[in-house]
Design a binder for this molecule. Structure first.
Ligand code: N01
Length: 493
């Protein structure tokens, strides 16, 4: 590795989708002086942490992949979690990222000072860097509700994001708490072998029918792998098709109505029992929460060994779960499919920027960034898949690669000696966030449901624009939105 005096040293925090996209993009732009710090024992992010039965990606795999690492031969149209995790491992090996990786290493502190960024890691190690990239993801802090009596339960308890393979679920009485994407997938997977399965659904979800188990034909894999340019065309077609989804969630048009009607049809056509159908019918519009897809859930919850409980949970007892109607549901295993703390981002890290400002102080009114990637008060720090990222519409890989390319524009200018620090202005960040708030108005996420998209401050933490707008906003940095300094304290622009 040849080092120039201006070869920026970079720490990428996180080796999930965002971190891998960032590292490969940096390499391809000629930046090799980076380490990737990952708290887990392997790469993959959510695909490393989540191993629960039934885990499937509900985005078609020919789209859920990096543009720089096409994989023609997925075994299914919607691949299972284990295959996706192997893909991330393979990409890391194929692009030689292993030598940059520090696994089992959590960043406890990242503090900006005279010498740039100083980071302290678990195990007492420390790093210095010119730039920090927080590629820490969104759904990595499991949320387990503090239900009274939780510690008294005598059976096995597990959160889906920390699945324990030693827990035996076959021929057991199982409680699943939660009805989001995870709850729906795990109910479908555990019901066939359970003695009894009780799902506690505080809020029913609309579940769009999709043939999630469909294999991808080997002929398709062969064609995609051998016909020149075909894979790129299929990938581009996938991106274009996901643009339709973005349109459906962003604008109240007839296209949204058609998808919502399909959601209603999915329920009506699959659940014939009227009482069960009533219990499964949400009181908000389809697509308002993160849309759930499944081809098996409604059959699973209609099975004779399954029960849907919509009464509120009041306590966990040594032998089961009691609900507000006084009924105790006796079970052997409790599965928490209760989601995440989605707005933590890099926290609880002690992240301190200029003038010792902490990220908690900067985000006292909720997480906010300029165009998903820059935070006022935090020079030479960028987020990839940070606040307002499109977790519900546009391809995450596309968004991460685009953001990483945007960051390389700054790295190139640092390398050329144009500045020592770059920091987005408060004014530009407010302007961007005002435009986000305005654009949220007609989105389906804003039609009256309670979803994990909402922050504690009741803002919606999503991307309310289309892909073309994202591409435009993250093409060339606009100098007027940033403060650049040289020698750490001399303003040059
Ligand atoms: O979590 P969630 P998730 N008592 O927050 C309930 C992605 N993902 O893990 O709706 C009773 O959606 C809560 O009830 P309510 C995807 O982006 C992707 O399922 O708040 N219930 C809800 O039902 C997804 O959106 C894939 O009333 C309680 C559930 O727990 C995101 O991950 C697969 C409760 C939490 O649902 C999160 O999904 C899986 C309580 N005290 C996940 N507290 C793919 O296929 C919470 N709940 C790509």
């Amino acid at each position: 590795m040849t080092m120039t005096p201006r070869d920026p040293s970079i720490v990428i925090i996180g080796a999930g989708v965002a971190g891998i996209a960032t590292a490969v993009t940096f390499q391809q732009a000629g930046f090799h002086n980076f380490v990737i710090v990952e708290k887990g024992s392997d790469v993959g992010g959510v695909w490393h942490w989540n191993r629960y039965p039934g885990l499937t990606c509900d985005v078609p795999s020919q789209l859920y992949q990096f543009s720089f690492a096409p994989k023609p031969d997925w075994s299914r149209i919607w691949a299972e979690g284990s295959e996706i995790q192997r893909y991330h491992r393979d990409v890391v090996e194929r692009f030689g990222l292993d030598k940059h990786l520090m696994l089992d290493s959590e960043v406890n502190d990242a503090v900006f000072g005279e010498q740039g960024w100083e980071l302290s890691l678990s195990g007492g190690r420390s790093l210095r860097a010119d730039f920090v990239i927080a590629a820490t993801g969104v759904l990595h802090h499991p949320f387990t509700p503090d239900i009274p009596g939780r510690d008294s339960f005598g059976g096995a308890m597990v959160h889906t994001a920390r699945w324990d393979d030693s827990i035996d679920t076959a021929h057991k009485r199982i409680a699943v708490i939660g009805s989001g994407s995870t709850g729906v997938q795990i109910v479908s997977a555990l019901q066939p072998q359970a003695d009894k399965l009780v799902q506690f659904a505080r809020t029913p979800q609309w579940v769009l029918w999709a043939p999630m188990g469909l294999p991808q034909s080997s002929v398709v894999a062969k064609l995609l792998g051998t016909v020149p340019g075909l894979h790129d065309r299929v990938y581009d077609a996938g991106l274009w098709a996901s643009g339709l989804l973005a349109d459906v969630v962003l604008h109240p048009t007839w296209r949204r109505t058609v998808v919502q009607q399909f959601a209603r049809w999915s329920l009506g056509a699959q659940v014939r029992d009227r009482r069960l159908r009533d219990k499964l019918t949400p009181d908000y519009e389809p697509l308002c929460k993160r849309q759930v897809l499944s081809g098996t859930y409604y059959q699973a919850i209609s099975a004779p060994n399954a029960e849907l409980v919509t009464e509120a949970i009041t306590e966990i007892t040594p032998t089961g779960i009691r609900t507000a109607d006084g009924v105790e549901h006796e079970v052997d295993v409790i599965v928490f499919a209760t989601g995440f703390h989605p707005h933590n981002y890099m926290r609880p890290m002690n992240l301190r920027g200029r003038d010792d400002v902490t990220i908690d102080e900067a985000w006292a009114k909720g997480p906010r960034a300029y165009r998903m990637t820059a935070i006022p008060g935090f020079p030479n720090l960028f987020t990839v898949l940070g606040p307002n990222s499109p977790t519900g519409s546009i391809s995450l890989q596309y968004s991460a690669e685009l953001t990483a390319r945007y960051i390389t524009r700054w790295l190139e200018r640092f390398r050329a000696g144009e500045f020592d620090t770059v920091e987005v202005s408060e004014e530009a960040t407010s302007r961007f966030n005002d435009s986000v708030a305005e654009a949220m108005g007609p989105t389906v996420w804003n039609t009256g449901c309670n979803s994990w998209y909402f922050t504690d401050q009741h803002t919606i933490d999503l991307w309310p624009f289309d892909r073309a707008t994202m591409t435009r906003l993250l093409s060339t940095p606009e100098d007027r939105d940033f403060l650049l300094t040289r020698s750490r304290d001399t303003a040059v622009i």
